[in-house]
Design a protein around this ligand. Sequence first.
Ligand SMILES: Nc1nc2c(ncn2[C@@H]2O[C@H](COP(=O)(O)OP(=O)(O)OP(=O)(O)O)[C@@H](O)[C@H]2O)c(=O)[nH]1
Ligand SMILES: [Mg+2]
Length: 236
Amino acid sequence: MTSPTALVVVPTYNELANLPVLAAGLMEQPGISLLIVDDHSPDGTGDLADQLAAEHDGRIRVMHRTGQRGLGRSYIDGLRQALREPVDVICQMDADLSHDPVQLPALIAAADQSDVVIGSRYVPGGRIVNWPLRRQLLSRFANTYVRAVTRLAVRDCTSGYRCWRRDALASLPLDRLTSDGYAFLVEMLYAAARRGCRVAEVPITFVERRRGESKLSGNVVVESAIAPWRMIAGDL
Ligand SMILES: Nc1nc2c(ncn2[C@@H]2O[C@H](COP(=O)(O)OP(=O)(O)OP(=O)(O)O)[C@@H](O)[C@H]2O)c(=O)[nH]1
Ligand SMILES: [Mg+2]
């Protein structure tokens, strides 16, 4: 059997120092192509992405967004584009080097037996490197809270490292997902679970970004507190 082809969708905003390292790591993995969704980054990440695309003709592509920026919006645009491509698996990853491309083949392989595979910090073997206690507590609390409200049986609902079988991703109502911070990732998962998708979690080592700035804001935290209640009351 040949191994599946995969397209990795990576949203970027001011990731000039990190993106070349991520792209190089991904290009070392066979069968992987990359779609960078840049939100008009003021630091020139979009131009750098164009250069990378020129160097890796066909394997790296760039979507330049204009208008209102946002992680959720970028993912909706990028994942729609990904679904037009003839690939078996569609992956999501952060550009800040928190997610190691070396772990990607294990996630893709697990998509053989499930519809969505989460690169998980909170299953046995999962690790977090360099997160301050405050950040760890916030993430742990967010997951406990989301699970309690939504009844999702997933340990790491907020992980941005994921692989989808294309038919599972295609079944999601992307136009009805409205959150923009990491609540967007929870919404995707909730919609998938409601459709009976099989979810697997594969342990990853998550490393805190060393360069560039986090975009986690107070607004994102507030949105995430409300979002699970909206999900269970809504029609995702
Ligand atoms: N296109 C786009 N990408 C974004 C936006 N905000 C964040 N990103 C990207 O989304 C990924 C995750 O963003 P981070 O700032 O690392 O947020 P986070 O991982 O939730 O927070 P930290 O754990 O503090 O790093 C990175 O690749 C960012 O560049 C945005 O508004 N538009
Ligand atoms: Mg990050």
